[in-house]
Design a binder for this molecule. Sequence first.
Ligand SMILES: [Mn+2]
Length: 486
Amino acid sequence: MLLGIPEIALVLLIGPRGVGKSKFAARHFEPGQVISLPQLRKLICDQPDLLEATNDASELQAMLAEMRLAWGRLTVVDSTNLRLRTRQNLLALARKFHIPVVAIVFDLPDEAKANGNRFTALVPALPGFQDGLTVEPLEDQLVALREALPRLGQEGFHRVYFFSSTGERDQAVIQVQQLACNRKDALGPFDLIGDIHGCCDELESLLANLGYVPKNSPHTGKTWSHPEGRMAVFVGDMLDRGPRILDTYRLVRSMVLAGTGLAVQGNHELKVYRHFKAAKPEPRPSILQTLREIEEQAAEVQQEIIREIVEFIEHLPHHLVLDNGRLVAAHAGLREDLQGRDSALVRNQALFGDPNARFDDEPDAARLEWVQQYRGKALVVYGHTPVLESILVNRTINIDTGCVFGGRLTALRYPELEVRWVESKKAYASQRRGGFDPAFQERLARRPHDVNYQNQTPDHSQTANLGDCSKTSSQAIDTTPPSTPS
Ligand SMILES: [Mn+2]
């Protein structure tokens, strides 16, 4: 039996005493990862099975678990966990730190009956406590187990594994699984590319400008790669709105499959995904252009395209932690305590950002609350809300320069921290109300250094160097390029 456990998780061993939980924990986990109630009771009063010490031990257990989860460490709680209240408290604790909870249930009543009273027998022999000693009756624990079994699936666990025989318990193999967002092993150098939204002409120009070259791929026919091994990182919203959505999707996918690119989900990928997974799809206006392009394909390949798009999006992480944790890519950005974590809230923040963000007048990146408050060590590269210029604010940088709305397609070279961009050929879409920054196109029109893409070869695309990224003041670094090139 293979038990997959996320690398950052809270694991609850559930079962009455005598079913081998502690032995199991010792066999499969590091001693420091296991918090055991009997051990804590022993630490407190020398007696591992003294029921009177349970409250103190539980308090200590909660403190230890909280600290380990705050540190993002795999934590195993080895106690009976048979009380609903106990499990609810631990689930709530894990939720607070955006950490999934895995239950391993020892449904072995016979084993408990055979071994569980060994503990009780030991108690009276302990010196000094002959009177008033209590241990929870094994029969109560067995009742609690029977009550818990049918409801564990609905309690909010990420996964629940059941051992219904000692054989299953003894042959279990634990597989600690790396979170999809953890790509700390990818060290770069990277070229992070902002919201493409189907602007494939501009994407191809930008890739060429960054030194990528088209080549044949065994997976997808063709792809792009960099002769110096650089990797492209797409920060989401590759789909919808623009003129060449499927081409963009194919290009990004080909680079991901070839290992020359990484990508995260944007809210538009999620919209498309949800549309195709819905029982009764009602297309939102924002995905109509994507649907239209699919409908223009030959009828016999449409289903295959959809299946492939769904599968591709499904495998995109909600954010990426790169370069040993020094770099984070998330479509709408991500505050520090959510980086490298995995929960519904992490996904929501990474894809949609702050739903209450409002732009009253002149919006810029610094107005986003999480950006203002960001003091994290990792550089966060994001998009989602178009800005006129990509600037560093508190080790965050927004590289969505609204290409599809007539702005630019921007890349951040990392670790160089150099911004490169190509001007959009035209405004392919206009922002509808409800967008984060309805005035973006107005401001775009007023931009003093507007460049006509038609006069530009990729070699003339713009660059700006952001200099020292260790700057943490909320003062934005002005990277406005010099006036219009000839
Ligand atoms: Mn977006």
